[in-house]
Design a protein around this ligand. Structure first.
Ligand SMILES: NC(=O)c1ccc[n+]([C@@H]2O[C@H](COP(=O)([O-])OP(=O)(O)OC[C@H]3O[C@@H](n4cnc5c(N)ncnc54)[C@H](O)[C@@H]3O)[C@@H](O)[C@H]2O)c1
Length: 286
């Protein structure tokens, strides 16, 4: 019988992604500590993880009795300094701000985890690793929302990431039920670069009057078997989030990622998608 590649895991940041990442490791049988400085978020996060495990178990999508393991073992902490030393893996999932990630990564490294992952969606692994003493154990672990259902784990190898770290994270991906892809440390990786390119072109097509947002999305859903159209997906991710990524990619990869004026105008108006109730589609009441 093969042994689990990780048993003790820390996750830093209990937002949308941190909650999902903590869940998948706990559901796989690991002991998980979730770090979150905001007391309300910290309390809500544990409830969300245990509740998710119970629902998954009821639906037969989680081994029986696993929900009680999740409930017994998921722990929360206020600060990175509360993490035990020498954890098998710590995954950083704090907001996409370079200085914040630097200070959090430095603090995590002081806890001497065997492996350190970042869930950044667009920042370079090299730029994050500049503050680390052991960049060979550092790797991009890009999960997708909602983490419990999305099958992909995009691994991003930094210039100093070791072969052993890559191999171990590939095994970890398999262990938590994800399919991994391995990508070099080039801005936008594989997913953000392609996904944002498609989204930006769809927005330019709205600007150009090619068709309605509904029909542009239907083109990709019915003609290319995409599960969801690029405009609906942009609404779900948030136009503000995608605008931020597009600006970063236009600086590094050139003008093909320049955000369309329509996108800038919609963000300025507050029409940022599902979370505001209005984007390319009306989400009020949803
Ligand atoms: N939301 C997505 O769909 C998505 C998908 C893939 C990757 N990402 C990436 O994941 C990361 C987190 O995104 P998110 O959407 O979960 O953000 P979020 O804003 O929902 O959550 C971030 C959490 O980190 C906490 N935090 C802030 N400072 C902290 C600190 N010093 N120590 C511990 N926790 C701290 C915040 O209080 C918050 O709860 C970002 O890098 C983002 O780019 C997001």
């Amino acid at each position: 019988m093969s042994t689990a590649p990780v048993t003790s895991v820390g996750v830093v940041g209990a937002g949308t992604m941190g909650i999902g990442i903590a869940y998948v490791f706990a559901a796989a049988g690991c002991d998980v500590t979730l770090v979150e400085p905001d007391a309300d978020r910290r309390a809500a996060a544990r409830g969300a993880i245990v509740g998710r495990a119970e629902r998954m178990e009821e639906q037969g999508r989680l081994e029986s009795d696993r929900a009680s393991h999740v409930s017994d073992t998921v722990d929360t902490a206020e600060s990175v300094s509360d993490l035990a030393t020498g954890l098998d893996l710590v995954v950083e999932a704090v907001p996409e701000i370079l200085e914040l990630k630097h200070s959090v990564l430095r603090a995590i490294e002081e806890r001497e985890p065997k492996l350190l992952g970042t869930n950044t969606s667009a920042l370079g692994i090299a730029s994050l690793a500049t503050v680390l003493a052991r960049p060979e154990t550092f790797i991009g672990m890009h999960f997708f929302n909602p983490v419990w259902t999305m099958p992909l784990l995009e691994l991003i190898r930094g210039a100093n990431t070791s072969d052993a770290t890559v191999a171990l994270t590939q095994r970890i991906g398999e262990f938590i039920g994800k399919d991994t892809i391995l990508v070099n440390d080039i801005p936008g990786f594989a997913t953000s670069r392609l996904g944002v390119a498609l989204g930006l072109e769809a927005i330019r097509m709205v600007e150009d009057g090619v068709a309605s947002p509904e029909d542009i999305d239907r083109a990709m859903v019915l003609g290319y078997r995409h599960p969801m159209g690029p405009l609906r997906l942009t609404d779900l991710v948030g136009l503000d989030v995608r605008l931020h990524i597009a600006r970063g990619l236009s600086e590094s990869l050139g003008p093909r990622f320049t955000p369309p004026q329509l996108m800038i105008d919609m963000v300025e108006r507050g029409d940022i998608g599902k979370k505001s109730g209005q984007g390319f589609f009306d989400w009020s009441g949803k």
